[in-house]
Design a protein around this ligand. Sequence first.
Ligand SMILES: [Zn+2]
Length: 329
Amino acid sequence: MTAGCCSHPKRCTGKAAASSPPPRARPEHAPQIRLPPRRRRGDPAKVTGMTALHTTSTLRSRGMTARQIRSAVDIGMLRRLRVGQYASGPHDEPLEAAIAFGATLTCASALQRKGVWVLERTEHLRLDQSGHQSRGALRGARRVHWGQGTSLDGVDDVATALLCAQRCMGREALLCSIDSALHQRRITRSHLGFLSGTSEGRWALRSSDARSESGLETLPRVRLRRLGIRVRPQVPFPGVGRVDLLIGDRLVLELDGDEWHSTPESRESDRRRDAALIAMGCLPLRAGFTRVVHHWPALERQVLEIVRRDEHHWHGRRRREALDVPGFG
Ligand SMILES: [Zn+2]
């Protein structure tokens, strides 16, 4: 395989060029161009998803000449984003557009890319107050933040993204992302002191709970507690495992993310869990993203009807027995 016919630059090792070197008179010939074959630990070239970012200095340090860099751009192996910055691999339009503008993806955009749960998936850019960016960035982005400095890989770290988010997201959306970041250990609580600067941040810090794995668990937890209802996340049940939310003693609210509950195997597993909970006398209730985020009032009414009948509590002998079971009482 020659590099010129390969659609995946990372597979172009240049071995074909070594066995059959092209004439110097054809610098545009692809086998002369070698992209960095792999990323080494501590390498300044950052990989975001499948897109690799390079600077002129990193390309030069790996043996590419200025002429080879230009040729790589000409044949599409490298994409020139702005002066001294290039991308290779699959096209990442939001990231490459941000870098081209001299901006950094931040807030919800950065958190989502770091694997943190976000309620809204709109594009958020941060522009360097002291830098010189194209004003075009302001036209394309949904939300624009201002700050100092840019990130080498075009994406803010979790702390910087949350700092922007506390003045941008609603307080519930902010709490969802904080819970998720804590749960995934993307950040520790001791590094969240900057959130005390706003009322939204202080409320989110007070309300945060690293046991909640996603916003689908965070939103019902804080909304039902606001109504004075006792809700506990990730309560273990014998023979079942942890349930997402336990309301009172026996009403179990399982929150199903689409990505984990859409296969036949996962649905069968859910049915077995529900059957086991019902056999124990619990009331399992399931809800997915649409019901929690878009149809919350209807779901809340269902929960409140059960709570008003006091069916979320054990009574009599069952209450006394339950006190001996871990997770109850
Ligand atoms: Zn924002």
